[in-house]
Design a protein around this ligand. Sequence first.
Ligand SMILES: [Cu+2]
Ligand SMILES: [Zn+2]
Length: 186
Amino acid sequence: MKTTRTSTLAAAFAVAAAAALSMAACKSASSTASPAPAAGPQARATIEPKSGSNVSGWATFAERSTGGVRIEVHIENAPPGIHGLHLHDKGDCSAPDASSAGGHFNPGGMPHAGPNDATRHAGDFGNITIESNGTGHLELVSDLLTVRPGPNSVVGRAVVFHEKEDDLKTQPTGNAGGRLACGVVR
Ligand SMILES: [Cu+2]
Ligand SMILES: [Zn+2]
């Protein structure tokens, strides 16, 4: 009886000690971490159907306090599979085939490539995978873009969703085919 009680107490103490330790860990972590960064400049695009498709969606751009832009893209009603997705030079989606958006945004005068290549168009977001239900989601961070005004700003450009997969090497388009949807970044 006495042994059982002692071990129960010991267990209770161990739990309390662990809780105190984890609280202490939390406290020291929060006191040494830098405060949450204030929200930086943000921009957004509403992606609309082009070339007779039903594809729609949105894209958001958030400038990080540590540099670079966090990009999130959501696509709906698209053909399942892999599709090229880029930021194009001109914020003009008025043409029925979105040709008005121009070529890939390329302020650095680089060759076309993939989003993980050091040398690439700033607008090279690579590909987005569309699931069998017609939706797709893409998240990436780019160190070649800003949201605030400047030569690399995303504002006044256009997000374009393509018919085919971007092969990440064919110049200057990645051979991604037609433009199924387009949205101006504002
Ligand atoms: Cu494109
Ligand atoms: Zn490109």
